[in-house]
Design a protein around this ligand. Sequence first.
Ligand code: ZN
Length: 182
Amino acid sequence: MANIIPQHIIDSIQDAANIVQIIGEDINLKKMGVNYVGLCPFHSDRTPSLIVSPSKRLFKCFACGEGGNIFAWFQKYHNMSFPEAVREVGKRCHVEVPTVDLSPEEKTAMQLKEAAELVLQESSRIFRANLQTNDPAKVYLAERKINQDTADLYQIGYTSDYNGLTTTLRKLGYSEQNILAA
Ligand code: ZN
C-alpha cells in the first residue's frame, strides 16, 4: 500500500498506542486473564467474541475472523484509509506525524494504489463466495484434504470464468481504471 508516512513513525505510534484503551473508547471491553474481550462490532455478536491482546497489540474476532492491529481497527471500525488511521492513532498517543507534500502525480498514484487494494480485497471476497456455491470445487478441495478453516486461512477461492470477475466488479461500481490498476 502506498505509504508516505515513514515506517519508523508508524512503528513508534504502534508501540505508543494503548490498544485496550483506544478500542475501549469504541466498545466495552472486559478483562479476561491477560486479554480483554468485548462484543464484536463486525458481526451480530451475542457472546463476546472479540479479543484484544495488549501484549500482541492485536484484536481478533473468533467468530467472524476480523482482526488486526490498532490501525486496522480504525480502518475497519471508523472506515479510515491507512494513512488516516496512522494519523488518528498518532494524535491519540501524542506522536507527531510529519506532513509530506505530494505532487499531484504522487497523489494520483497513491489514490490509484489504494483503489487497487480495495478491488483486490473485493475480488478475494467474490472468489471465496464462488467457492461456497460450487460443488465440484468443494469436492476437489475435500479430495485435497483442505478443510474450510484452511481454505479461509489461505483465502482460497474459485472461478471458472475470469471475465465474470470483471463483470461483477463493474456491477459493484468499480471503475475500469481501478480494476486495471489492480
Ligand atoms: Zn466478529
